[in-house]
Design a protein. Structure first.
Length: 405
């Protein structure tokens, strides 16, 4: 054998051995500021599965758009993190794959979290955390929180005379005000028995919807829907008022806990108050979870990873470090969380909360209903007319979308 042949064989052997020894590499997109919450699980997974996992932080609400651009080029991730409504958009655009192990293991999760990421009987996400609106109150100012909205209204009226605030909420947002509407029997679209959302069954203009928004308009006329909380800076203003003890209570989500803890607020957490009709006030139940890119070349390893990071040990650790409530039943029942206020409140509130519809049409519903709520607060138009106009607008959009598809 000549030197050239020997050299060629050696080169081929080196290439072959490199391919054998090459470590599989997963690319995971996590939300901004959240990579550290899965760091322990990632480290252990790499060791056990002899692979590399690169966790990159990307704004969650931009990940569908980024995946759509980068995926086809082979530059995207294997795993993304999405809110349940975005899972519906990604599935509709054929950007993500079914997650097979969840067909068998879905009983380990809260049923409503599974329902929010199931389409045509297939699961497209592994639920990571659930969120819904709850009530925070300052324990230094309020020893026992009221249980009804009417009590909060009365308290707010008294405090306004002193230049302070009772209950604060971003009432101009449909996301918040739906908690009123839901309590009066309003709904967005009905869900059929097979889990399909029926776009022909619309329920945001019912008699109950009108009654619920009369409650909102009454609060507005009593100067209890505050313009200072409107707009993109509204949540910051609400935080300032709550942290400075100028407001006794706020309606917000569990995502606010970290900021309240950093501010040193002595706060308590409870469920939303009962409405004047005697029904509980309850908003949307949001689920965030991990999905696998359609273009991933490591789908089996990606499924192993998603199963691994939601094992009891890691889901529990993630909650204790980040206060993101995992819909993993074994974690919610863990003895160490038996007296955990947030876990108990979220569990109670989620019973009445409604899954956020995971359909592309929701982006238009948000826009139209935000405008309708603004009119209820600021315009003197009849509420039933406002809601009827919103319905016509949404139905027209849906029909146009159906024709174009």
């Amino acid at each position: 054998m000549n030197k050239f042949s020997k050299g060629l064989l050696l080169s081929l052997a080196l290439v072959y051995s490199h391919e054998i020894l090459a470590t599989e590499r997963l690319v995971v997109w996590e939300d901004v500021g959240r990579a550290s919450t899965i760091a322990s699980a990632v480290k252990d997974f790499e060791k056990i599965y002899d692979c590399d996992v690169d966790v990159l932080e990307k704004p969650m609400y931009h990940q569908v758009e980024l995946l759509e651009k980068q995926g086809p080029k082979g530059e995207g991730p294997d795993v993304v993190v999405l809110a349940s409504d975005m899972v519906g958009v990604a599935k509709d655009k054929n950007l993500i794959s079914q997650i097979h192990f969840m067909q068998v293991e879905n009983s380990q999760y809260l049923p409503n979290s599974i329902a929010s990421v199931t389409f045509d009987g297939e699961l497209y996400s592994v639920p990571k955390t659930i969120e819904t609106l709850i009530l925070f109150y300052n324990k230094d100012l309020l020893k026992e929180p009221p249980t009804t909205l009417e009590e909060y209204v009365d308290l707010s009226k008294k405090l306004r005379k002193k230049g302070k605030y009772g209950l604060l909420a971003k009432w101009e947002l449909f996301y918040t005000t739906y908690a009123l509407m839901n309590g009066y029997g309003a709904y967005i679209f009905r869900t059929d028995n097979d889990g399909t959302i029926n776009l022909n069954s619309y329920g945001l203009d019912t008699d109950g919807a009108v009654e619920s928004l009369k409650v909102l308009r009454k609060m507005s006329k009593a100067d209890l829907v505050y313009d200072c909380l409107s707009g993109v800076d509204g949540y910051n203003r609400m935080y300032e008022l709550f942290s400075s003890k100028k407001a006794i209570a706020v309606i917000n989500g569990p995502w606010a806990i970290e900021d309240y803890l950093k501010a040193g607020i002595n706060f308590g957490i409870t469920t939303l108050p009962t409405l004047p009709n005697g029904n509980p006030m309850a908003g949307f139940l949001g689920t965030k979870g991990y999905s696998i890119s359609k273009w991933s070349t490591h789908k089996d390893l990606a499924e192993d990873f998603l199963r691994f990071i939601n094992e009891h040990k890691y889901a529990l650790l993630r909650y204790k470090e980040s206060r993101q409530v995992p819909p993993v039943i074994s974690v919610l029942q863990d003895p160490s969380l038996a007296n955990d206020e947030l876990i108990q409140v979220i569990a109670q509130q989620s019973v009445h909360a409604v899954n956020m519809p995971s359909i592309p049409e929701m982006s238009y519903v948000w826009s139209v209903m935000d405008k309708a709520i603004w009119k209820v607060i600021h315009a003197g138009l009849p509420i039933d007319h406002i809601l009827e106009d919103a319905r016509k607008d949404i139905e027209s959009y849906i029909q146009t979308r159906i024709k174009n598809n």
